[in-house]
Design a protein around this ligand. Structure first.
Ligand SMILES: Nc1ncnc2c1ncn2[C@@H]1O[C@H](COP(=O)(O)OP(=O)(O)O)[C@@H](O)[C@H]1O
Ligand SMILES: [Mg+2]
Length: 223
Protein backbone atom coordinates (compact mmCIF):
# COMPACT_ATOMS: atom_id res chain seq x y z
CA UNK A 1 0.00 0.00 0.00
CA UNK A 2 2.39 2.73 1.18
CA UNK A 3 6.13 2.35 1.02
CA UNK A 4 8.65 4.92 2.16
CA UNK A 5 12.14 4.23 0.85
CA UNK A 6 15.39 5.75 2.12
CA UNK A 7 13.70 8.88 3.41
CA UNK A 8 16.05 11.63 4.53
CA UNK A 9 15.03 14.94 6.00
CA UNK A 10 17.19 17.84 7.10
CA UNK A 11 15.96 21.13 8.53
CA UNK A 12 17.81 24.42 8.16
CA UNK A 13 20.65 25.48 5.88
CA UNK A 14 24.45 25.43 5.93
CA UNK A 15 25.90 25.24 9.45
CA UNK A 16 22.43 25.22 11.01
CA UNK A 17 21.49 22.17 9.02
CA UNK A 18 20.27 19.29 11.17
CA UNK A 19 19.59 15.86 9.76
CA UNK A 20 16.49 14.49 11.43
CA UNK A 21 15.81 11.44 9.26
CA UNK A 22 18.81 9.58 7.89
CA UNK A 23 17.49 7.04 5.43
CA UNK A 24 14.26 5.52 6.68
CA UNK A 25 12.34 2.77 4.94
CA UNK A 26 8.98 1.47 6.08
CA UNK A 27 5.99 -0.22 4.45
CA UNK A 28 2.40 -0.55 5.57
CA UNK A 29 -0.06 -2.94 3.96
CA UNK A 30 -3.89 -3.07 4.08
CA UNK A 31 -5.21 -4.24 7.45
CA UNK A 32 -1.88 -3.69 9.19
CA UNK A 33 -1.03 -1.48 12.11
CA UNK A 34 2.57 -0.28 11.98
CA UNK A 35 3.71 1.64 15.05
CA UNK A 36 6.70 3.87 15.55
CA UNK A 37 8.20 4.48 18.96
CA UNK A 38 10.87 6.98 19.84
CA UNK A 39 11.64 9.70 22.31
CA UNK A 40 10.22 13.16 21.86
CA UNK A 41 12.16 15.03 19.19
CA UNK A 42 13.39 11.87 17.46
CA UNK A 43 11.53 12.71 14.24
CA UNK A 44 8.30 10.70 14.42
CA UNK A 45 6.05 13.61 13.44
CA UNK A 46 8.49 14.59 10.71
CA UNK A 47 8.23 11.10 9.21
CA UNK A 48 4.42 11.04 9.44
CA UNK A 49 4.22 14.51 7.86
CA UNK A 50 6.31 13.17 4.99
CA UNK A 51 4.10 10.08 4.66
CA UNK A 52 1.03 12.30 4.23
CA UNK A 53 2.80 14.68 1.86
CA UNK A 54 2.50 17.63 4.24
CA UNK A 55 6.29 17.87 4.22
CA UNK A 56 8.72 17.04 1.43
CA UNK A 57 11.65 14.78 2.19
CA UNK A 58 15.17 15.98 1.36
CA UNK A 59 15.73 12.60 -0.31
CA UNK A 60 13.88 9.35 -0.75
CA UNK A 61 10.83 7.93 -2.40
CA UNK A 62 7.20 7.47 -1.40
CA UNK A 63 4.95 5.09 -3.26
CA UNK A 64 1.26 4.42 -2.87
CA UNK A 65 -0.27 1.29 -4.40
CA UNK A 66 2.88 0.76 -6.41
CA UNK A 67 2.98 4.26 -7.87
CA UNK A 68 5.72 6.69 -6.92
CA UNK A 69 4.21 9.92 -5.62
CA UNK A 70 6.21 12.91 -6.76
CA UNK A 71 3.98 15.91 -7.01
CA UNK A 72 2.23 17.84 -4.33
CA UNK A 73 -1.04 17.69 -6.24
CA UNK A 74 -0.91 13.88 -6.21
CA UNK A 75 -0.68 14.02 -2.43
CA UNK A 76 -3.56 16.51 -2.33
CA UNK A 77 -5.64 14.03 -4.31
CA UNK A 78 -4.59 11.12 -2.06
CA UNK A 79 -5.41 13.10 1.08
CA UNK A 80 -8.84 13.94 -0.29
CA UNK A 81 -9.77 10.27 -0.31
CA UNK A 82 -7.16 7.61 0.33
CA UNK A 83 -5.03 8.97 3.17
CA UNK A 84 -6.43 10.42 6.38
CA UNK A 85 -4.26 12.18 8.93
CA UNK A 86 -5.01 12.28 12.64
CA UNK A 87 -2.85 15.13 13.89
CA UNK A 88 -1.19 15.15 17.26
CA UNK A 89 -3.24 17.07 19.81
CA UNK A 90 -6.27 19.25 19.25
CA UNK A 91 -7.08 19.90 15.59
CA UNK A 92 -10.78 20.80 15.53
CA UNK A 93 -11.85 24.23 14.29
CA UNK A 94 -13.40 26.03 17.22
CA UNK A 95 -15.96 28.05 15.23
CA UNK A 96 -17.61 24.93 13.78
CA UNK A 97 -19.72 22.24 15.40
CA UNK A 98 -18.53 18.67 15.81
CA UNK A 99 -20.63 17.55 12.82
CA UNK A 100 -19.31 20.42 10.68
CA UNK A 101 -15.75 19.66 11.75
CA UNK A 102 -16.15 16.09 10.56
CA UNK A 103 -17.64 17.04 7.18
CA UNK A 104 -15.70 20.20 6.30
CA UNK A 105 -12.36 18.72 5.17
CA UNK A 106 -14.24 16.43 2.81
CA UNK A 107 -16.15 19.33 1.26
CA UNK A 108 -12.93 21.30 0.96
CA UNK A 109 -11.41 18.28 -0.75
CA UNK A 110 -14.15 18.57 -3.35
CA UNK A 111 -16.67 15.98 -2.18
CA UNK A 112 -20.03 17.20 -3.51
CA UNK A 113 -22.13 14.62 -1.65
CA UNK A 114 -24.12 15.78 1.40
CA UNK A 115 -22.18 13.99 4.14
CA UNK A 116 -24.32 15.05 7.10
CA UNK A 117 -26.22 11.79 7.47
CA UNK A 118 -23.16 9.65 6.99
CA UNK A 119 -21.24 11.71 9.53
CA UNK A 120 -24.08 11.50 12.04
CA UNK A 121 -24.31 7.71 11.54
CA UNK A 122 -20.57 7.41 12.12
CA UNK A 123 -20.79 9.53 15.27
CA UNK A 124 -23.68 7.37 16.51
CA UNK A 125 -21.69 4.21 15.82
CA UNK A 126 -18.79 5.61 17.83
CA UNK A 127 -21.03 6.60 20.74
CA UNK A 128 -20.55 10.31 20.03
CA UNK A 129 -23.92 10.99 18.43
CA UNK A 130 -25.06 13.35 21.20
CA UNK A 131 -22.11 15.68 20.49
CA UNK A 132 -22.94 16.56 16.89
CA UNK A 133 -24.18 20.11 17.58
CA UNK A 134 -21.60 20.90 20.25
CA UNK A 135 -18.67 23.19 19.63
CA UNK A 136 -15.13 21.95 20.37
CA UNK A 137 -14.92 24.18 23.46
CA UNK A 138 -17.92 22.31 24.91
CA UNK A 139 -16.45 18.82 24.69
CA UNK A 140 -13.61 17.14 26.58
CA UNK A 141 -10.12 16.55 25.19
CA UNK A 142 -10.80 12.82 24.91
CA UNK A 143 -14.06 13.44 23.05
CA UNK A 144 -12.27 15.84 20.71
CA UNK A 145 -9.68 13.19 19.94
CA UNK A 146 -12.41 10.67 19.16
CA UNK A 147 -14.09 13.23 16.90
CA UNK A 148 -10.82 13.72 15.01
CA UNK A 149 -10.62 9.95 14.47
CA UNK A 150 -14.25 10.01 13.25
CA UNK A 151 -13.29 12.81 10.84
CA UNK A 152 -10.49 10.61 9.51
CA UNK A 153 -12.85 7.65 9.04
CA UNK A 154 -15.58 9.55 7.18
CA UNK A 155 -13.84 9.42 3.80
CA UNK A 156 -13.35 5.66 4.19
CA UNK A 157 -9.62 6.06 3.58
CA UNK A 158 -7.37 3.14 2.78
CA UNK A 159 -4.60 4.48 5.03
CA UNK A 160 -4.82 6.34 8.32
CA UNK A 161 -1.69 8.10 9.53
CA UNK A 162 -2.02 8.99 13.21
CA UNK A 163 0.43 10.96 15.35
CA UNK A 164 0.30 9.79 18.97
CA UNK A 165 -3.49 9.36 18.82
CA UNK A 166 -3.84 8.29 22.46
CA UNK A 167 -1.24 10.49 24.16
CA UNK A 168 -2.36 12.40 27.26
CA UNK A 169 -5.66 10.55 27.49
CA UNK A 170 -7.13 8.57 30.36
CA UNK A 171 -7.00 4.78 29.99
CA UNK A 172 -10.69 4.37 29.06
CA UNK A 173 -10.63 7.00 26.32
CA UNK A 174 -7.33 5.62 25.00
CA UNK A 175 -8.95 2.18 24.85
CA UNK A 176 -11.99 3.54 22.97
CA UNK A 177 -9.70 5.12 20.40
CA UNK A 178 -7.69 1.93 20.15
CA UNK A 179 -10.94 0.03 19.51
CA UNK A 180 -11.78 2.48 16.71
CA UNK A 181 -8.41 1.77 15.09
CA UNK A 182 -8.83 -2.00 15.55
CA UNK A 183 -12.20 -1.87 13.80
CA UNK A 184 -10.62 0.14 10.99
CA UNK A 185 -7.90 -2.51 10.73
CA UNK A 186 -10.53 -5.24 10.50
CA UNK A 187 -12.08 -3.37 7.58
CA UNK A 188 -8.71 -3.58 5.83
CA UNK A 189 -7.58 -0.04 6.50
CA UNK A 190 -3.80 0.36 6.88
CA UNK A 191 -2.62 2.32 9.91
CA UNK A 192 0.74 4.01 10.37
CA UNK A 193 1.12 5.66 13.73
CA UNK A 194 3.53 7.00 16.28
CA UNK A 195 2.72 5.93 19.82
CA UNK A 196 4.02 4.94 23.21
CA UNK A 197 0.77 3.30 24.20
CA UNK A 198 1.26 -0.35 25.22
CA UNK A 199 -2.28 -1.08 24.05
CA UNK A 200 -1.43 0.13 20.59
CA UNK A 201 1.82 -1.77 20.55
CA UNK A 202 0.02 -4.97 21.54
CA UNK A 203 -2.22 -4.82 18.45
CA UNK A 204 0.52 -3.69 16.07
CA UNK A 205 1.65 -5.95 13.27
CA UNK A 206 5.06 -4.29 13.28
CA UNK A 207 6.79 -1.95 15.69
CA UNK A 208 9.81 0.23 14.97
CA UNK A 209 11.90 2.44 17.14
CA UNK A 210 13.24 5.75 15.87
CA UNK A 211 16.76 6.41 17.15
CA UNK A 212 19.26 8.96 15.81
CA UNK A 213 17.34 9.37 12.59
CA UNK A 214 17.09 5.69 11.78
CA UNK A 215 14.33 3.13 12.24
CA UNK A 216 15.03 -0.23 13.85
CA UNK A 217 12.61 -3.12 14.37
CA UNK A 218 11.54 -3.17 17.99
CA UNK A 219 10.72 -6.14 20.23
CA UNK A 220 9.41 -9.58 19.39
CA UNK A 221 6.44 -8.63 17.21
CA UNK A 222 8.55 -6.67 14.74
CA UNK A 223 9.72 -8.44 11.62
N1 LIG B 1 10.03 22.96 10.77
C1 LIG B 1 11.10 22.64 11.50
N2 LIG B 1 12.25 23.34 11.41
C2 LIG B 1 13.34 22.99 12.11
N3 LIG B 1 13.39 21.95 12.96
C3 LIG B 1 12.27 21.22 13.11
C4 LIG B 1 11.08 21.51 12.40
N4 LIG B 1 10.12 20.61 12.75
C5 LIG B 1 10.71 19.77 13.64
N5 LIG B 1 11.99 20.14 13.86
C6 LIG B 1 12.94 19.44 14.75
O1 LIG B 1 13.08 18.11 14.31
C7 LIG B 1 13.21 17.23 15.41
C8 LIG B 1 12.16 16.14 15.32
O2 LIG B 1 10.88 16.68 15.54
P1 LIG B 1 9.56 15.82 15.48
O3 LIG B 1 9.51 15.15 14.15
O4 LIG B 1 8.43 16.70 15.84
O5 LIG B 1 9.84 14.72 16.61
P2 LIG B 1 8.83 13.81 17.45
O6 LIG B 1 7.52 13.82 16.76
O7 LIG B 1 9.48 12.46 17.46
O8 LIG B 1 8.75 14.40 18.82
C9 LIG B 1 13.10 18.08 16.68
O9 LIG B 1 14.40 18.34 17.13
C10 LIG B 1 12.44 19.34 16.17
O10 LIG B 1 12.83 20.44 16.92
MG1 LIG C 1 5.67 14.32 17.43
Amino acid sequence: MMTLTNIEKAYGRAEERTEILKGISVTVEPGQIVSILGRSGSGKSTLLNIATGMLRPTKGEISFNGKIIKQKKEFVRLRSKEIAYVWQGQSLLHQFTVLENICLPHYIAGNKEDLTEKAQALLDELGLGHLSDYYPSQISGGEARRVSVARALLAEPSLIVADEPTSNLDADTAQTILDMFCRAKEKGIAILCSTHDMGFLSVSDRIYKMTDGTLEPYGGSAE
